[in-house]
Write a protein of this length. Structure first.
Length: 230
């Protein structure tokens, strides 16, 4: 019997802050992680939703590290596609879907204002835009087109409960969650057939090589190296 087809939807920043930010496992092969944690499924596609950081004074290195990592993921996916022309054992492609960050000045109340002092302060507020809506729309669209038998969400954002509900209860397809946090949100767990926590052992077993070969240039493949500290 054939394995059920799975599409995996990755909320990149929820994965990063929930499971990766305080670990030495940031150089993560997301597709390999999905395949290892979903052995009973034929993983057909990984959709990865992220946004490029805005450079801030003194923190430009964070932007460069993120761009390096995304280049490595893209190179890994290009390699999977080229394998597909030669082998039925090729890895599932990973498609990066970009949102954006929006930073603006806003005034917010102080948690503990000093007596007789100001009660509010101007702060820079950064919001990630488009990620949730893009993920939700693509999941439901893929489901309606019959592209998968199971949708697997990598996130613990309860705002994504509604697309899970539609796919599970209205379209009668399987739904699963790979949870980056210690405990899954109740709103997600309510609609999922299974919830599997992402632990350090899973991250350790799904690392990219320290050097990933990128697309061939006139002088040969480009080496994409793991950033220091990752």
């Amino acid at each position: 019997m054939r394995q059920p087809r799975a599409f995996v939807y990755v909320d990149a920043w929820n994965l990063f802050y929930g499971a990766l930010s305080k670990t030495p496992f940031k150089w993560l092969d997301v597709a390999l992680l999905a395949e290892q944690m979903l052995p009973e499924y034929d993983v057909r596609c990984i959709r990865y939703y992220s946004a490029i950081l805005d450079p801030r004074p003194g923190q430009e290195y964070k932007v460069e590290r993120q761009r390096t990592y995304l280049r490595a993921l893209e190179a890994r996916s290009e390699g999977a596609r080229s394998q597909g022309a030669r082998s039925q054992e090729a890895r599932a492609p990973l498609v990066i879907q970009y949102g954006r960050f929006r930073t603006h000045t806003t005034r917010l109340p102080l948690a503990e204002p000093e007596p007789g002092g100001p009660t509010t302060a101007e702060v820079l507020k950064t919001e990630e835009k488009l990620t949730d809506v893009n993920l939700a729309v693509h999941m439901v669209h893929d489901a309606h087109l019959g592209r998968f038998d199971a949708a697997v969400l990598v996130s613990n954002d309860s705002d994504l409960a509604e697309p899970l509900s539609i796919v599970r209860h209205e379209l009668d397809l399987e739904v699963g969650v790979l949870c980056p946090h210690l405990h899954a949100a109740d709103d997600l767990e309510r609609h999922a057939r299974f919830v599997r926590p992402i632990r350090h052992k899973h991250l350790r077993a799904a690392q990219l090589p320290d050097v990933v070969l990128g697309g061939a240039e006139s002088e040969g493949p480009v080496e994409i190296r793991k950033p220091e500290g990752w």
